[in-house]
Write a protein that binds this ligand. Sequence first.
Ligand code: SIN
Length: 305
Amino acid sequence: MTDLSVEVCGLRLRNPTMLASGVLDETGKSMLAVAKAGAGAIVTKSIGRDPRVGHPNPTVVELDHGLLNAMGLPNPGIELYAEEINEAKKSGIPIIGSVFGGTEEEIADLAMLMERSGADAVELNLSCPHAKGYGAELGSTPERVESICRLTRGKTKVPILAKLTPNTSSIADLARAAERGGAHCIVAINTLKGMAIDPESRQPILGNKFGGLSGPAIKPVGVRCVYEIYEAVQIPIIGVGGIASGKDAIEYMMAGASAVQIGTAVWTEGTGIFGKVCKEMSKFMKENGYATPRELVGVAHPARR
Ligand code: SIN
């Protein structure tokens, strides 16, 4: 099989696939299972300072081409979750700790605690579209994105990944701000804000009314965002949104991603998705004369051709 190993902002990955935050990452044991299935790295659930129950049920709607979720950032709090990270680290692959908070300071402090808990990098959730006071509510202006990244940079040594929202007029501006603030990498995209209504009951289906759309339906949006970000910043990009095949991953890499995250397809297809995507990537690379994944990055841009 082709050597798929990549290096992204100092993290060495055996292949470019990573588990996206929010699926099968509640416990150390489930993360170990994902590692065993072949993921190159794991992003944890988004973790806050204190335990949090999340939004009321229903929290997920299955649609024809994706999932609509409004989990509401449920988590046990950083102190308890540290045990899960410890367990997940037995996998030997990079564990990236996702954090969210209600202020710039809280996010930076949580990133510091995540680093102390053993995370190899931190992913800042600046993009959850449905949790009041968190995520995209802080991450929608370049000024705040820059100051969150700068504060976090001052309190951590591990690589900082800024996960950005597509629910904005210019994700490239947000990416530039993250880079100015000292982020080592951009993760794009989080879910698209959406809703579903049940015609019989005339009610929104989700307990929170609004949620985030993920899966195949959002892949063209994700690819477009990565393409725009690649032209705006020098730091690496990790692509996420609707990846379920080797060709999906390659599309993101040609748009400018150095690695990809998979979430919804893990939910719909199980952990075998990592092996499947890698196998299909290898086949494409062999058939099309690419020796390393690096050679794919950004080739869809005129300047790289
Ligand atoms: C959640 O746990 O509510 C989803 C997180 C996100 O959309 O960033």
